[in-house]
Design a protein around this ligand. Structure first.
Ligand SMILES: Cc1ncc(COP(=O)(O)O)c(C=O)c1O
Length: 390
């Protein structure tokens, strides 16, 4: 006998495959349940957000900034964002027309993909790359194909490898620079060449630059530094930059028509983005340079320490990432299956993100995050070393 509820449930068809669930969800559950487990698996900076930003957020809450904002975001935060991208990358954007504040970079990615991609469109994404992108695009019916990132002394995004795979059906190219999980970056010349090709051949670029602050060799090259941005949707977020992943606040910068379409769609999804965060960021953003520099230098020191310790383990190979907050070492000489590697490290008391989640090139690898207290890195590396040497 079915209860009334079960009878109704039988009429439903799944909208998501169980296999699409990100391993990060399982990991978070495991962290809650397993005492003593340490983690380098999180996809977020694990240090304090700026004290001043928190003060401004508290003040905003007390000053009754707790209500809906306009869908595109309060003018003050869009102006602050326009100044921020102008100051960093010389980008001239109209806060009223070119910017949409979103629920994290994630909503910006979803809305942009929804506007840019139709069923059957070919979309190029990086391998290795952030696994969530494949899910988002496949749910929209895209035919997803990979372009390879290149592992040399450090990981790089080669625009020629991308352009060699663009064909008539290609509608969208995803660039994630700095990349999750490799830290690979695309040069300014690479961006310019891609953007020119996009204009000439009629495709779009989704440029996910949420890790822009974490560049250790030179300055961050942004799509916003290039000419001809009509074919680009720039994605950014405050999540990783200011260690406020839970605020869910990000933004997209694009052509006014694309921003209008995204905004209208957003109305029926989230209505507006986190009001308190918008008010606080509007005031904080103009003076954020000191914090950003401190966060970057902290991560650089941790990264160097982590890479040195990994490379000291026989059979492990880990190039220095030139950017980002992760390393993506090759453990394949010790354990060719990323799933088995993940289980083995877990048994040794350390959670990492399994390499296979990041694409075909992820087998035999794992992603380790270094934007965390240095003691955590040391303790995790002691355990990893013991596990793998044993
Ligand atoms: C490459 C990349 N883009 C976008 C996001 C989304 O971040 P958020 O929605 O917190 O801004 C993430 C989160 O891990 C990411 O790794």
């Amino acid at each position: 006998m079915f209860t009334e509820k079960e009878r109704a449930l039988k009429r439903l068809r799944p909208i998501a495959k169980e296999s699409e669930s990100s391993p990060m969800r399982e990991m978070m559950k495991m962290m809650e349940e397993r005492k003593g487990l340490l983690s380098l698996s999180a996809g977020e900076a694990n240090f304090d957000p700026p004290e001043e930003l928190i003060r401004l957020a508290c003040e905003a809450m007390r000053n009754d900034r707790n209500r809906y904002t306009s869908t595109n975001g309060i003018p003050q935060v869009r102006e602050a964002v326009a100044e921020f991208v102008n100051g960093r990358w010389g980008a001239r954007v109209d806060p009223a027309a070119n910017i949409l504040m979103t629920v994290g970079g994630m909503e910006a990615i979803f809305l942009a993909s929804r506007v840019l991609v139709e069923k059957g469109d070919r979309v190029l994404i990086p391998d290795p790359g952030w696994g969530v992108m494949r899910t988002v695009l496949e749910r929209l019916g895209a035919a997803v194909a990979y372009y390879p990132l290149e592992e040399k002394d450090t990981w790089v995004i080669n625009h020629e490898a991308i352009l060699a795979r663009v064909d008539e059906r290609t509608k969208l190219v995803l660039v994630n620079s700095p990349s999750n999980p490799t830290g690979a970056t695309l040069s300014r010349q690479g961006f310019q060449a891609l953007i020119e090709a996009a204009r000439d051949r009629g495709f779009f670029i989704l440029s996910d630059e949420v890790y822009h602050n974490y560049v250790y060799a030179g300055d961050h090259a942004s799509s916003l530094q290039c000419d001809g941005l009509d074919n680009v949707v720039f994605i950014n977020s405050f999540s990783k930059t200011f260690a406020v992943t839970g605020w869910r606040l990000g933004y997209a910068i694009a052509h006014p028509w694309i921003i209008r379409q995204m905004g209208i769609f957003k109305e029926s999804i989230s209505l507006c983005s986190f009001s308190v965060g918008q008010w606080a960021m509007a005031q904080y953003l103009p003076g954020c340079d000191g914090y950003l520099k401190g966060a970057r230098e902290f991560c650089r020191v941790n990264m160097e320490r982590l890479v040195a310790r990994l490379n000291a383990i026989p059979g492990v190979r880990c190039p220095f990432p030139s950017a980002g907050i992760y390393v993506f070492p090759d453990f394949s000489r010790i354990e060719p299956s990323s799933e088995k590697l993940f289980r083995r490290l877990l048994d040794g008391g350390v959670a990492v993100a399994p390499g296979a989640f990041f694409g075909l090139k992820g087998e035999g690898r794992a992603r380790l995050m270094f934007a965390c207290p240095t003691e955590n890195i040391d303790e995790c590396m002691d355990r990893i070393e013991t596990t793998l040497r044993g």
